[in-house]
Design a binder for this molecule. Structure first.
Ligand code: PXP
Length: 243
């Protein structure tokens, strides 16, 4: 199971002073030493954290899977087609949100999503759609031509106890449905060092995409260690799940 580390929050800190530090490119070096198998960055329309320079430099130096999160706009499609990340995750984007709030409504935006998927795939870029754990959204993702889906785990992460177990079951069911339709299944959002184990124990998940909790821990213990500890938890859950 791949661990994709989202480095947006390093750029958020840099942008707090509109300066040059901390540099997300340097943070990526340490994430790689800690065992990151993917690097994710979200280039937003308003460039509130990651900017075009970060994408250009990371494309040049990241040797593992580079995942560009973006909205399906003409501007972003132009940028992706120029920079050629290994994969793009299409997300809904609202200017005022603190982070990506919900999954993409693929059915309601079918024409736009289909066109974006086609143009990215024509450039050899793998395409994932960030969606809620709902069968209808998985079927719509298949219809849109995506290679992969990323199941939104925010609902799971925000709950506790029995309700969390119900959300876990929804994620598991969504993963199973995606695999049944021939889609690769990723998951992410809101995962941390406490709640990651149950998600990582779901059979068939290809990759987990995690940002906030890793960067938060990195502030205290350093990036390399924060990534290594998360990777260790995921690997352990996978081993236990396959017993
Ligand atoms: N996956 C997607 C599609 C996201 O938008 C985000 C947040 O940028 C993440 C995963 C990572 O979420 P978190 O920062 O809560 O780990």
């Amino acid at each position: 199971m791949i661990l994709g580390v989202n480095i947006d929050h390093v750029a958020t800190l840099r942008q707090a002073r509109l300066g040059v530090e901390p540099d997300p490119v340097m943070a990526v070096t340490l994430a790689l030493l800690g065992g990151a198998e993917g690097i994710t960055l979200h280039l937003r329309e308003d460039r509130r954290h990651v900017n075009d320079r970060d994408l250009e430099l990371l494309r040049a130096c990241v040797p593992v899977e580079l995942n560009l999160e973006m909205a399906a706009t003409d501007e972003m499609l132009r940028i992706a087609s120029k920079r050629l990340p290994d994969m793009v995750t299409l997300v809904p984007e609202k200017r005022k949100e603190l982070t990506t709030e919900g999954g993409l409504d693929v059915r309601a935006n079918m024409k736009v999503v289909k066109k974006a998927v086609r143009s990215l795939k024509d450039r050899g870029i793998g395409v994932s759609l960030f969606i809620n754990p709902a069968e209808a959204d998985i079927m719509a993702s298949k219809e849109a031509g995506a290679d992969m889906v990323e199941i939104h785990t925010g609902g799971y992460a925000n709950e506790k106890g029995l309700r969390q177990q119900k959300e876990l079951a929804r994620v598991r069911k969504a993963v199973e449905k995606a695999l049944e339709l021939g889609l690769k299944a990723n998951a992410g959002h809101g995962l941390n060092y406490i709640n990651v184990t149950d998600i990582a124990g779901i059979a068939g998940i290809r990759g987990l995409y995690i940002g906030h909790s890793i960067i938060s821990r990195a502030v205290l213990v350093g990036m390399e260690r924060a990534v290594r500890e998360m990777k260790g938890l995921i690997d352990q859950a996978v081993r236990q799940g396959s017993r």
